[in-house]
Design a protein around this ligand. Structure first.
Ligand code: CUA
Length: 377
């Protein structure tokens, strides 16, 4: 080989090293930053500090567990099986391909006494080899495809496959919160879905505005929520407890703050929850509470929010039993008087872009309306 050939070999080798070292450094820096910042982004948000809502933390007192690998329903167990199958096949492919590559790099590297003019033996048009690398990928893709179709058929019901004893919940995505309606129980709630354990739940999923996606990883796969179209999901939670979820389709600037809590109760507890929820809770007494109720009626609150027995708004979350929920603002904030005051004072500061307007209430009016709201249990 000529001098020029040698120089360009060296340049290529150096370029490879630079590429490898840069990749490792950038990747390492990225992981380091993720590690450092990971736990702090939500907590230290300066926008929120201005109003100091207490204990700001997403999804308080629930175990932060949204792993698809820890199924809590027969449906997610099927999904996990498929996940592992796909992982095993692709990991196998990775090991074989990388293994052959590394083997070839070392086995056929240039050695000291190699003649410089000698090229390796060149192979063209080998039928067995070409057939093999055409057929093998087809078989792999076919296996993955069949396994996926089988899983979809198992977990995803069609409209007519509603189980006889199922409880229906209408799930409606809004920017940026979830509405849950129980037509058989005459119950409406927001962001927090209560269901009984060991009973099939029939979800009818839709949207009031843009496309969202309902996803509680431990209980079911993702299901798109479209405006003007119903999608169906069924799931059976096998253990009591709190399950967390998240809108899984980008739907605007507060997409990340469109959280879902699912509370799975035993049949008895669920029965009493549903019974309580179906009753009106508007039983205001006391001066401040009654004044707060007037504030609620006087300003635009009642146009958007329903409180059974008082107002019929459907645009925003139903507040009939507001204080029975642990969070508000799409599951973003712990539900307590201080946070409600900060929210009513200026929602935009907490959740920029949200549809709740700042009604410019006086501090006194805010105190009064919150005094009323906290009675809605
Ligand atoms: Cu709703 Cu993303």
């Amino acid at each position: 080989m000529t001098e020029r050939g040698r120089t360009s070999d060296k340049v290529i080798t150096r370029a490879w090293w630079i590429l490898i070292v840069t990749t490792v450094m950038v990747g390492g820096l990225g992981l380091f930053l993720m590690y450092i910042l990971g736990g702090q982004i939500e907590v230290g948000d300066p926008i929120v500090e201005r109003f100091t809502p207490t204990d700001i933390f997403v999804q308080p007192d629930a175990e932060w567990n949204t792993s698809v690998l820890e199924p809590g329903s027969p449906e997610t167990r099927e999904i996990r099986k498929l996940t592992w199958l796909v992982f095993a096949i692709t990991a196998g492919i990775f090991v074989v391909v990388e293994g052959l590559l590394i083997y070839a790099i070392f086995r056929y590297r240039r050695r000291k006494n190699d003649s410089e003019a000698k090229d390796p033996v060149q192979l063209y048009g080998s039928n067995p080899v070409e057939i093999a690398w055409t057929i093998i990928p087809i078989i792999i893709v076919f296996v993955l495809c069949l396994a996926t179709i089988r899983t979809i058929q198992t977990v995803q019901p069609t409209k007519n496959e509603r189980p006889e004893n199922a409880l229906t919940v209408e799930v409606i995505g809004h920017r940026w919160w979830w509405e849950f309606r129980y037509p058989e129980l005459d119950v409406v709630t927001a962001n927090e879905m209560f269901i009984p354990v060991d009973r099939p739940i029939w979800l009818e999923i839709s949207s009031a505005d843009v496309i969202h996606s309902f996803w509680v990883p431990e209980l079911q796969g993702k299901m798109d929520a479209f405006p003007g179209h119903l999608n169906y999901w069924k799931l059976t939670a096998e253990e009591e407890g709190t399950y967390l979820g998240q809108c899984a389709e980008y739907c605007g600037n507060q997409h990340a703050n469109m959280l879902i809590r699912v509370e799975v109760l035993d049949a008895l507890d669920f029965g009493s929850w549903a019974k309580r929820q179906a009753q009106p809770a508007d039983v205001a007494t006391g001066k401040d509470v009654l004044l707060g109720r007037e504030v609620f009626l006087k300003y635009a609150c009642q146009n958007c929010h329903a409180v059974a027995g008082l107002s019929n708004g459907t645009y925003a979350p139903d507040l009939t039993h507001l204080m029975s929920r642990v969070t508000f603002a799409g599951g973003m904030i712990p539900n307590n008087a201080d946070n409600l005051k900060a929210w009513i004072d200026d929602p935009e500061q907490i959740k920029p872009g949200c549809d709740m307007p700042a009604l410019k209430l006086s501090t006194e009016e805010i105190e009064q309306v919150v005094a009323y709201l906290v009675t809605l249990k």
